[in-house]
Design a protein. Structure first.
Length: 276
């Protein structure tokens, strides 16, 4: 009887041990790696990059990952000069950037939406109205059925991938008023709009929260679902870019972003994962 009990106990331990042996973590790819990985560029990428970096460094103390913003133009420029291993852009690389031998790795789909202060009663806008605001033709919210309040325009600098998509797909490449206030990032844009009841700006859909409001645009509410289905047209891909074929820690990081953990970080940031 005791022999039978021992056999059952041994068999149970063996069965329980099988899954543990077969289980592989996405972080295993970093087990034998060390060094520093520098990332810079588009600010829409930062929430995803930060979460991935935090998780990787928690699993391996020999790895250090630094993340900086600066916009898409900065990301492309710094990776081209070899100042960072990954330069992020919220737009495809330009011909002048491709000549440096840069390779692009799209990993997420993001929408770009108009945002206003939550206190603004405006609930919807048309593309033409947005174009008229940004050109300086419409200067008061009263003209659009809102309060008698001056419209304060906010935009991004010309290095911004978010601005590039906004101007191309929503403003139809029409000029932005010289009176527009320029902010350096999606986060700064959201903060500026949240503080100013008369403000209008634009940001990644993934950055929208209760501190700002995204009006319905051309009868479509800008949500992740609408971006994924194609119903909302002002969308772009987010890219990681490297100079030449990535190696070692850089390749492992890119593979990690494309894996299940990375997909989860992308969804948590409000974006839609893109397969490798």
């Amino acid at each position: 009887m005791r022999l039978k009990f021992r056999f059952i106990k041994l068999l149970l331990c063996s069965v329980l041990a099988v899954p543990a042996v077969g289980m592989a973590s996405e972080l295993d790819r970093f087990e034998n790696l060390s060094g520093t990985l520098n990332i810079a560029g588009g600010t829409a990428h930062i929430p995803v990059m930060k979460q991935a970096a935090k998780t990787i460094m928690s699993a391996n103390n020999d790895i250090r990952i630094t993340i900086a913003g600066g916009g898409s133009g900065v990301g492309a420029q710094q990776v081209a000069k070899g100042l960072v291993e990954i330069g992020n852009t919220g737009r495809p690389l330009k011909p002048g950037e491709l000549k440096y031998g840069l390779l692009s790795f799209p990993f997420a789909i993001d929408g770009v939406a108009v945002i206003v202060n939550p206190a603004n009663p405006i609930q919807q806008l048309s593309s033409q109205q947005v174009m008229d605001i940004y050109s300086g033709k419409i200067t008061n919210w009263k003209s659009l059925g809102g309060e008698d309040r001056q419209i304060n325009i906010f935009t991004r600098d010309e290095a911004s991938g978010t601005r590039s998509v906004f101007v191309k797909k929503l403003l139809n490449k029409s000029p932005v008023s010289a009176q527009a206030n320029v902010v350096p990032s999606n986060g700064a844009m959201k903060t500026a709009i949240a503080r100013d009841p008369g403000a209008i700006g634009y940001s990644s859909v993934g950055y929208i929260d209760q501190t700002v409001k995204a009006p319905i645009l051309d009868n479509v509410l800008p949500t992740n679902e609408a971006c994924a289905s194609g119903e909302y047209p002002v969308v772009r891909k987010l890219y990681m870019n490297t100079k030449g074929q990535p190696q070692g820690l850089t390749q492992a990081f890119i593979d990690y972003i494309y894996g299940p953990d990375g997909a989860e970080f992308i969804r948590e940031a409000g974006y839609i994962p893109v397969g490798h």
